[in-house]
Structure formats: C-alpha cells, structure tokens
Design a protein around this ligand. Structure first.
Ligand code: TPP
Length: 322
C-alpha cells in the first residue's frame, strides 16, 4: 500500500506522541502524581499506531493494562489521558478510572482493563454487534502474550471464526508476561499458526515496523468490512521499560544485551531513518514534528496537573444508567 508523505509523517507523529506521553507519565509516576499502577507502552508504539491508522471512530477498540498507547492512537488527546491517570475531573473517564479504565466512546476507545484477557471477548462482542446492526464497524482487541493463555482467548477466537465476525485480534508479543517468558508459558509460540488452527486469517508481523503493521492491519480491516471474517496480527515486539513503573527494568528474567538489541530496533528512530534514506521526508520535517509534539505534551501535563479532582459530592454519579 502506497502512503503519501503526509500519511508517513502522521504515523511518525503518532508514535512520537505516545512515546513523549509515556515518558512524561513515567516521570509523573516517580513524582507521586499517579495514584495507582502505570504500565508504559514504550517500545511498542508501532503496533497501536499502525493498527489505529486504519480505523474510524465507529470501530471499537478494547485494550489492556498497557493501554495508554491504544487510547492515544484511537484519538484520545494526551491531556485527557494524563488527567485521567492523575485522577482529575478533566480525564477521559472524569478522573474515576485511572490508567486501567481509559474510556472515550466518542472516538471508539471502549476501555483499557486491568483484567488480562476479556478484551478479546469484548472485541468479539463488538464484532457481533456490528454484524447484527449492520454498521460496517470492526471490533479490535489489543492483548499480550500472557492474555493468550486465558480461556477468553480460545472462546473469542473460536466464536469469531465460526460466525465470520469483523474482528481484529492484535496479539502484542513482547515476550514476557510480567516476568514469565512466553516460551515458558506455551509449547507453541507461533501465534499466527495457532490462529489458523481456529480457521482465522493471520499475519506474522514485525511489531517494531509501523509500515508492516499498517499493511497487515489494512488487509485485515478490509477483509472484516467485506464480511470475510476475523484476522489475527501476530506482532513481535518488546517493551523497553519495566513491566510497571517502579519495578526493575531487567529483573532476573531478561538481559541487558537483549534490551540493548531491541533498543537498537526502536520503532520511531528506525522509521525516521528509513523515511530520510528513501527521500520521503527531510530531517527538518521531523524537527518540526518533534517541536510540535514536545509543546503539546508539556501543555497537556500542565493542564492535567492543574485540573481539579472530582467533587466528592458527585461520587454516586455516572455509576448507573438513567
Ligand atoms: C485475569 C488476570 N490474571 C492475572 C493478572 C495479573 N497480571 C497483570 S499484568 C499481567 C501480565 C500480562 O502479560 P501480557 O498479557 O503478556 O501483557 P504485557 O504486560 O506483556 O503487556 C498479569 C498476569 C490480571 N491482571 N488479570
């Protein structure tokens, strides 16, 4: 698929927005501004970016505990993500949810979740709903290698397969579930092969290559909208920070050499170098984007930090449907 220069630069900009937001959130966590856990998406930005560039606001994304990047790529502004993590009333969930409850139905961000696995079923349900209501929308689940050992994985893939539902299963294999290696947790780490045994179309993708992710997602979304059923994207990637802020980044489960090798394959710097070497964009184009995104993140942080907490008198609001 041929992208225009503007589309290429938009992919770079989206990845950078996620990276800068996460770096700011990591600092904010150290400063005690985030009441709760903070799992960053640093190193994995190409996946959310490449997938969500193919989606519209009608498409429903369901995500995990590592979901800031999914929310941002789906269109939730950084200021709303930061404010939500800081527990402020201006957050996308009005400061009541935090990192693991990022909701913004207006843009089709249907929630991050601390419960590992069920987003696979929720996306399958969104695909079923799309089918019943004939909306043409797709359901999308982002989930990690750990989630694939949850029963929800089998149920979701099987149901989506037999009913040819418009669902994209985005498997983000960063090789570890907290500190457990995927190769320890399963006898078959080839997730594309496993998806095909359910009768599901699947692609093995370099998850650090935003163009590869974009292309595979494009094909999957087209198939889904054409009534040709679900697709699984098997994306190999790596998180370059700790599982969760405050934990050691290496622990005893991975080595400095492994971390360094993946950092050398950083999805943002490699994409920038590629676009320059192919003459698609100039360094000055990137410098302008860097400055714009830097200013946006600074402004978003100030906005979030200076926003009020929810009024305790409203504690019972937004709980029950009227
Ligand atoms: C149902 C459930 N089981 C266990 C946990 C504890 N837990 C939190 S994060 C995590 C690891 C998840 O790993 P993975 O799905 O690979 O995602 P990653 O953290 O690598 O992005 C686990 C087991 C949980 N939150 N929910």
């Amino acid at each position: 698929m041929n992208l225009t220069q503007a589309e290429h630069l938009a992919l770079y900009r989206q990845m950078l927005e996620i990276r800068r937001t996460e770096e700011q959130l990591a600092k904010a966590h150290q400063a005690g501004l985030i009441p709760g856990a903070c799992h960053t998406y640093i190193g994995q930005e190409a996946i959310a970016t490449g997938v969500c560039a193919n989606l519209t606001a009608q498409d429903a994304v369901f995500s995990t505990h590592r979901g800031h990047g999914h929310a941002l790529a789906k269109g939730v502004p950084p200021r709303q993500v930061m404010a939500e993590l800081f527990g402020r009333v201006t957050g996308c969930s009005r400061g009541r949810g935090g990192s693991m409850h990022l909701f913004s139905p207006e843009v089709g961000m249907m929630g991050t979740s601390g419960i590992v696995g069920p987003c696979i079923l929720q996306a399958t349900g969104a695909g079923y709903s799309s089918r019943l209501m004939n909306t043409g929308a797709v359901g999308v689940a982002f989930f990690g290698d750990g989630a694939s050992s949850n029963g929800a994985f089998h149920e979701g893939l099987n149901l989506a397969a037999i009913w040819d539902l418009p669902v994209i299963f985005v498997f983000e294999n960063n090789m570890y579930a907290t500190e457990v290696a995927f190769s320890y947790a399963t006898r078959n780490t080839d997730m594309a092969e496993r998806a095909r045994t359910y009768g599901i179309n699947a692609y093995s993708v370099d998850g650090n290559d935003v163009l590869a992710v974009h292309q595979a997602a494009h094909e999957g979304v087209q198939r889904a909208r054409a009534g040709q059923g679900p697709t699984l994207l098997d994306c190999k990637t790596y998180r370059t920070r700790a599982h969760s802020e405050g934990m050691p980044s290496l622990g005893t489960y991975r080595t400095q050499e492994e971390l360094d090798a993946w950092k050398a394959r950083d999805p943002i710097t490699t994409y920038r170098a590629l676009l320059v070497s192919e003459g698609i964009a100039a360094e000055s184009d990137f410098d302008a984007i860097d400055a714009e995104v830097g200013a946006l993140i600074d402004e978003s942080f100030e906005f979030a930090k200076n926003s009020p907490y929810p009024d305790p008198a409203t504690v019972a609001e937004h709980i029950f449907s009227s």
